[in-house]
Design a protein. Sequence first.
Length: 216
Amino acid sequence: MNCTQLPDSRYPSALPRTVVTNGDPKIYGKPEGYSPKEQRQILKEWIEFFHSNPKALKGLHFSSHVPQRLFDAACSQVDIEELRFKWGNYKDLSATQNLQAIKFLLIGSGAGVQDITPLSKLKSLVVLTVENFKRIEDYSQLIALGNLEQLEIRSTMLGHTVIKDLEFLRDMPNLRAFSTGATTFKRKYKEAELQELFASLPKMEYAFVNGANFNK
C-alpha cells in the first residue's frame, strides 16, 4: 500500500495529481514543493475527486496533515478496505459511517476526537488503531465490532492515554491482539487481573499493556 500526501496550506509538500484505478486501486505519488496557493488548489481538487468518484479506491494512506474536510471526503470512498490517517485536526468521525467495506482503519493523532460512536458502526472492521484520543476514556462501544481481531489504542510518544477500564474486551471474543501505549486506567489493575482478563478471551494471542506482555 502506498502513501499519499495531501497537506493543507500550512505544509510545503503535496502529491502530484496521479491516480491509479486499474486492478486494485490505490493512490501513488511523490511529495514535491508547491506554493501555498497551489497547495490549496490541490487539496480542493482531491476533495472534489473523492466526492465525485466514491468507488475509485480500495486503499488510501495519508502521511501528512489532514483537515476535517479532507477526512470527510476520504470517507466517501464506499468500497475502500484500508484507510490510514497519520495525523490531522479532525474532531468529528461521523463520515466514517460510510465505510461499510473497511477492514483496516488507523486514525492517528486524534486529540480532537470527541465521540467514537461512528466507529461502532463499522461491522466489517478487522483491525483498528487509534492514537492520542485524549477526549475518549470509554471504549465500550467497540464491543459492537464483532469481526474485530486487532485493537491498538496508542498514546503519543511522550504522553499518556487515560482509559476507564478494559472490561469491554470481555465482550469481544474474536479479538486476537490488543495493545496500548503508556496508559493510565481509572480502574486500577494488578498484573494478575490483566492476565486473567486476557486469558478469558478465547482467541487472544498477543496482549501488550504498559510495556508488559500478556501472551498466552
